[in-house]
Design a protein. Structure first.
Ligand code: ZN
Length: 241
């Protein structure tokens, strides 16, 4: 039994297709939101995901595309991309996004876009990670949202540790610890590694493995130009920030 957990696809079909090519047909695929926004293929990403997904939760960009949620806090490029996404999103895609929930709880783990309870909060330091651990009893939480591959570990005494997974790697769970696992981003990595990121979670082995993989960035950049999406969105794909 293996889960493949992805997040922040952001309309990047080239990267999403390659992620699926690295998975087995038997993998249970879970998605942590932000399926649309920024990238040039939102409908295509939703259509492909629907053929493979077990569960997905809603991201803030998905909600922004549906009902302008939070766009006043977006930077100019993100806001322009949401306006573009709203124009191209099909009724079918919109209806599917609208059916997603904010969290999904399995007995052994929780899926949210950004953080437990405060779904769109950014966990970026030990203080916000400690606050997030306090808001759930889940021993394991999977998040995206920051576009940074990393994890937070809480000791039985409450101390929080942290590690970046910028080059991929494996986390082996230790008894008594709780974990917040940030799977990184399929469509727009921001941890200075332009290679995309997702994780395999194997409950029996008690491991999470971050996979970093290359995809044809230039093809996505050309589509961004053709769609007249902001140039900044093309540039940041190759710098990974
Ligand atoms: Zn995102």
């Amino acid at each position: 039994m293996r889960y493949a957990i992805i997040s922040d696809v952001h309309g990047n079909i080239e990267s999403l297709e390659r992620a699926f090519s690295l998975m087995d047909p038997s993998d249970e695929v879970l998605c942590l939101g932000d399926i649309v926004g920024y990238g040039p293929n939102p409908n295509e990403c939703i259509a492909l995901l629907r053929t493979r997904l077990r569960h997905a939760v809603l991201g803030n960009h998905d909600l922004a595309a549906l009902e302008n949620f939070g766009v006043e806090y977006f930077n100019d490029a993100a806001r322009a991309a949401i306006a573009w996404t709203q124009r191209v999103l099909s009724d079918e895609s919109r209806a599917w996004l609208n059916g997603l929930s904010y969290e999904i709880r399995y007995p052994e783990f929780l899926m949210v876009h950004g953080a437990p309870v405060n779904y769109f909060e950014y966990i970026l330091d030990k203080r916000t990670a400690a606050k997030a651990f306090a808001l759930t009893d889940a021993p394991l939480v999977f998040i995206g949202h920051t576009h940074i591959a990393e994890y937070w570990a809480q000791e039985p005494d409450g101390t929080v540790g942290h590690r970046h997974m910028q080059q991929g790697g494996v986390l082996e769970f230790e008894e008594g610890r709780r974990y917040i696992v940030d799977v990184g981003s399929i469509g727009q990595p921001r941890d200075l590694n332009p290679e995309a990121s997702f994780v395999f979670y194997e409950p029996q082995k008690r491991t999470v493995e971050w996979v970093r993989y290359p995809y044809p960035i230039q093809e996505v950049q050309e589509k961004i130009h053709e769609a007249h999406l902001p140039e900044y969105l093309a540039m940041r794909l190759e710098s990974g920030r």
